[in-house]
Structures are given as structure tokens and as C-alpha cells.
Design a protein around this ligand. Structure first.
Ligand SMILES: *Cc1c(COP(=O)(O)O)cnc(C)c1O
Length: 349
């Protein structure tokens, strides 16, 4: 009965090779934060083996990742107190400094550490100002226990190729970091669209998982997660009959309805609109009525289907997750990271 998320190992390899072709001489920090964008880190070995560093947001994630690999881990949110610093050192993390309050913690280290410095170039979320950056360098560069590995920044609008802030951030970054030994700026969208931003380390995320960095389907990438669930009931409704909570959808003609065992409790978006496609026996069939916690209803009048047949919710050539994101007014990143614990994750070819 359980919904299945099958995680394609060959698609992971393929997508990483697309990244490496785009930037052959650059080191790769693969982003495995949020449990590998919801794909489960324990199913990521093709990525883990072929990356130079692995990026996570916080220490708990670093802890889980360290149980399965010895690769260097980049801790993006850094540390907020000495105890976290000790944990990060024990886990052999490279630690990002993105706020001036982290400076005294880092500079008082009693053990050798590798750090990255994040500067703010216009996104105004994390990162040191130009002035703070200079202070930071002065304070840390002569400390024999601290090795500054790389200076990084993050684009606010890399997915909007022509947005003027991209060039402004890049100029700002170059100006501030011309003395830096190593630099890193590019996320997925910038890897694909802006070679001038690649520098020494690229930081791919969403494209590793086969999802477009620009919102529309990218046929060079292969979807990694295929989410599917079983048809558990089929019935025919008459003209005027409604389907689901709130009776929001009403049949205009006699309609065959399949009820499928997946709902928002599994991470299928509650806001998916009527007409959102579901792939059943190679036919795209429209969602009807509201998504429930455990179930959705689909109009299968145009296909032949039986109880026990598997419906694909996303992650097929004919049904990419970008389409589901559009129909539910969100982004693929959110859909992927919301797939619930009731779903059975399996490794697939
Ligand atoms: C998540 C993240 C990325 C990857 O972003 P994508 O859009 O998924 O490629 C890169 N850099 C930082 C700092 C991030 O937090």
C-alpha cells in the first residue's frame, strides 16, 4: 500500500556528469542539505563518491552524513557557540563564517580548523560586509590553527539569467576577493548559465537531482526521484456527483474515478489544482477534487486501469516534477523536501 520514492542511481551519475562537463576544471561541492533535497543521503553514494566536498546546512546533518562517508563536509551555517565548534571539529567539517558574531568563537579555537568565509554581495541574507570581511581576514590570517580554504558568496537571482543583480553581485565579489586563494559563487543556475561565476568550487544542488534550475523542464537532466502509489479503488460517478472534501469538483459527464493511496500526509501538495496530471498506464490523467491526507482522486475515463496499478505522481519522462510544482503554485525544491516519512524510499537503477 505504501507510496514509493525510487531513487535512480544512474540518473544521479548522469546529472553529476552534466555538471562536470559544464565546468571540467572546477572542484564540486555537492549540496546534500535537507537529507539530499529529500532524496535520503543513504541513497546518494554516486554523488558522495564523485564530489570533492559535501554541503550541509547544520551540525545535525553533518553528524548523519559523517556516519556514511569520510569525505570533507562543508557546514554552511557554521557554528554559534564553542560547543558546536567542538562538534564540528570532531566531525571534520570545514566551517563557514557568515556572521561577525562567529569570529570570536572561531578565533579562539584550540585545534586546527578549515574555514570558509561567506561574504554578502547583495542577497542580504548571510555573509560578512566588505568591512567585516577585511577585519575577519586580519584577525584570522595569522592564526596558525586556522586555514582559510575559500571565500564564497551566493546569488539571489541566478535562475533569472538577465536580472541585473547577478552582474552586480559578481563584480562586487571579484572586487572583494581578488586576493583570495580560492573562491566559490555558483549554484545550479549559475553553473549552467554563467561560466564567469565558476571560480574554484561550484556548488550544485537541484540539478544533481534532475530538476531544472530555471523552473521549466531541462531535458539534459534525468529525474532522480520517481514517486508512485497504488490505485486502491475505482468507481463511476454520474453527472452532478461531486468528489472529495468540500465537494469542490462536480462531474459534467459520467466519469471513472480512481482513488490513489497518496496524499498531503505523504508530501503530495495539498494545493495541487484540479487537472494536475497523474501518470497512469502511460496516460496523463487529471486530478479531481481536493487532495486529502492519505488519498487523491483522478479521472481515468481516458485510460484502462485496475485496482493495484501503480500511478506515477512525478519523476517520469512524461511527467516532470516542475509540472506538478506549477500546478500547485510552488517550486520543485519544496515538493522534494516535503516527501513524508510514510513513503518507502528504495534504490533503483
Ligand atoms: C542550497 C545551496 C546551493 C545550491 O542551490 P541550488 O539552487 O539547489 O543549486 C548552493 N549554495 C548554497 C550556499 C546553498 O545554500
Amino acid at each position: 500500500m505504501r507510496a514509493i520514492a525510487s531513487i535512480s542511481q544512474s540518473a544521479l551519475k548522469h546529472n553529476l556528469s552534466v555538471v562536470k562537463k559544464k565546468s571540467p576544471n572546477t572542484k564540486v561541492v555537492s549540496m546534500l542539505k535537507a537529507n539530499a533535497y529529500g532524496h535520503h543521503i543513504d541513497l546518494m553514494s554516486p554523488i558522495i563518491e564523485q564530489s570533492d566536498l559535501l554541503g550541509v546546512s547544520e551540525i545535525l546533518e553533518a553528524e548523519k552524513l559523517r556516519k556514511i562517508t569520510n569525505k570533507p563536509i562543508l557546514l554552511l551555517s557554521g557554528v554559534i557557540e564553542d560547543q558546536e565548534l567542538q562538534q564540528a571539529i570532531q566531525l571534520n567539517c570545514q566551517i563557514v563564517i557568515h556572521d561577525k558574531t562567529q569570529l570570536p568563537i572561531i578565533s579562539n579555537t584550540k585545534q586546527p580548523i578549515n574555514i570558509w568565509i561567506k561574504i554578502n554581495t547583495g542577497m542580504n541574507r548571510l555573509g560578512l560586509s566588505a568591512h567585516e570581511y577585511n577585519t575577519c581576514i586580519k584577525l584570522l590570517e595569522n592564526n596558525p590553527l586556522i586555514s582559510i580554504q575559500c571565500v564564497m558568496s551566493h546569488f539571489a537571482c541566478a535562475d533569472d539569467i538577465n536580472h541585473p543583480i547577478n552582474q552586480s553581485q559578481l563584480n562586487h565579489f571579484k572586487k572583494l576577493t581578488h586576493n583570495a586563494r580560492k573562491r566559490s559563487m555558483a549554484n545550479s543556475a549559475a553553473i549552467l548559465s554563467n561560466p564567469a561565476s565558476h571560480f574554484d568550487y561550484i556548488r550544485p544542488g537541484i540539478i544533481l537531482y534532475g530538476v531544472s534550475a530555471f523552473g521549466m523542464t531541462d531535458h539534459h537532466l534525468r529525474p532522480v526521484m520517481q514517486l508512485s502509489a497504488l490505485i486502491i479503488s475505482i468507481k463511476t460517478v454520474k453527472v452532478g456527483d461531486s468528489v472529495g472534501y468540500g465537494a469542490t469538483w462536480t462531474a459534467k459527464q459520467p466519469t471513472t474515478i480512481a482513488t490513489i493511496g497518496i496524499g498531503y500526509g505523504d508530501g503530495y501538495p495539498r494545493h495541487a489544482k484540479d487537472g494536475t496530471p497523474v501518470l497512469i498506464n502511460n496516460t496523463l490523467c487529471p486530478l479531481v477534487g481536493r487532495v486529502s491526507m492519505d488519498l487523491i482522486c483522478v479521472d481515468i475515463s481516458n485510460t484502462q486501469a485496475n485496482i493495484g496499478d501503480r500511478a506515477i505522481l512525478w519523476g517520469a519522462q512524461q511527467l516532470r516534477i516542475e509540472t506538478i510544482a506549477k500546478h500547485s503554485n510552488t517550486i520543485a525544491y519544496q515538493l522534494l523536501t516535503n516527501v513524508g516519512s510514510r513513503v518507502n524510499f528504495i534504490s533503483a537503477l
